[in-house]
Design a protein around this ligand. Structure first.
Ligand code: PMP
Length: 355
């Protein structure tokens, strides 16, 4: 702490992101990145842009990319906001739609960034307990004072809340904004975006980091009523009217246009997820029913922290959260088939030695 810090910095907690390591010999299953590369069209678009206009500022309104997203979802481009990863849009949304003095709600087990933003912007929050099977109880989010935010599928559990339950939360919060963080929705395919046309209080946030293999490019987007998008634009323009750089704009645009490539790798990841979930269950894990590109699992005999350490010693990095009641679970990102076969081999060896 420094005596020069403002009260904003003082009340902010340091956020600890997942470990980012560059050792190619490590099988990295800890931050839900896509194991497959982006489509060739992304590289081509970025190369073209590199040969062209980097001396010029990018478009502050990013019309090309917003039009592509709008067409994908059959909405107008005035319903689309783009930002530097969905994290940035989440931060802007807390500022634009949540109020100091009005309590918002999110699940007690969900994306660990929400309490960090809430504290930063002085927004009181209730962490709503999840059910004993880790699913969400929609009625616990009805009639909030200041708004609601949750990931769907939830992270780090991977559990999906049905679209009808999502809709009931939006309906029962008509005077507050409900934000659905759909970072993993392409692995579940039950997006709430069609509800945007019906409900002016709904903001859906998605990302190119997961299903589009572009975590390194940092492009997220939000879909909502034009008035909500205008609120986000005011925040954005006050901080940095150019939040997306030229390479990110053309790369994300190329990815979002190349549907067949991404549908194919998404299908592969879903198949691997189903296979891994069965295998882990046979090995004595309790595995939550995941609709995301990761599984959340707890072994009946070996503690999660021991398994995390033993896997790491064997060249495999997974995610462990030191937080009750999930401290005996591991979040395992679905890697390529080759990576997951190696993961299973090494895990079986570890379990033979330790049970
Ligand atoms: N929401 C959730 C639920 C996440 O797990 C993540 C990834 N850590 C994000 C948002 C942020 O994704 P990005 O900023 O890469 O778009």
């Amino acid at each position: 702490m420094s005596k020069f810090w403002s009260s904003i910095v003082t009340r902010t907690e340091p956020y600890i992101p997942g470990e980012q390591i560059n050792d190619p010999s490590i099988i990295k299953l800890n931050t839900n990145e896509n194991p497959y590369p982006p489509s060739d069209s992304v590289e081509n678009a970025i190369k073209d842009e590199l040969g062209g206009n980097l001396k010029r500022y990018p478009s502050p309104t990013v019309d090309s990319l917003r039009e592509t997203i709008a067409e994908n979802y059959h909405v107008g481009k005035e319903s689309i906001f783009v930002g530097n990863g969905s994290d940035e849009i989440l931060g802007f949304s807390f500022m634009a739609f949540f109020e100091p003095g009005k309590t918002i709600r999110f699940p007690n087990i969900s994306y660990s960034f929400y309490p960090v933003y809430a504290k930063l912007f002085n927004i009181p929050f209730d962490e709503v307990n999840v059910n004993s099977d880790f699913s969400l109880d929609p009625s616990a989010f009805f009639e909030s004072d200041g708004g609601v935010i949750f990931p769907n599928p939830n992270a780090p559990t991977g559990i999906l809340l049905s679209l009808s339950a999502v809709e009931s939360i939006i309906v029962q919060n008509r005077n507050q904004v409900v934000i659905i963080d759909e970072a993993y929705i392409d692995f579940a395919r039950e997006t709430a975006v069609p509800l945007v046309a019906k409900y002016p209080n709904l903001l859906v946030i998605q990302t190119t980091s997961k299903s589009r293999s572009l975590a390194g490019l940092r492009v997220g987007y939000a879909i909502g009523h034009p008035d909500l998008i205008e609120g986000l634009n005011r925040i954005k323009n006050s901080f940095n009217s150019y939040t997306l750089d030229r390479l990110a704009i053309v790369g994300a645009n190329a990815a979002l246009l190349d549907k067949s490539y991404y549908e194919a790798i998404t299908r592969k990841i879903i198949q691997t997820r189903e296979w891994i979930s069965k295998e882990l269950t046979q090995l004595g894990f309790h595995v939550l029913p995941s609709q995301a590109n990761f599984v959340f699992a707890s072994h009946k005999k070996v503690t999660a922290i021991n398994l995390y350490t033993l896997l790491k010693q064997n060249g495999i990095l997974v995610r462990h959260f030191n937080q009750e009641p999930i401290d005996n679970y591991l979040r395992i990102t679905i890697g390529s088939n080759t990576e997951m076969k190696l993961f299973m081999e090494r895990l079986k060896r570890i379990l033979r030695k330790n049970t």
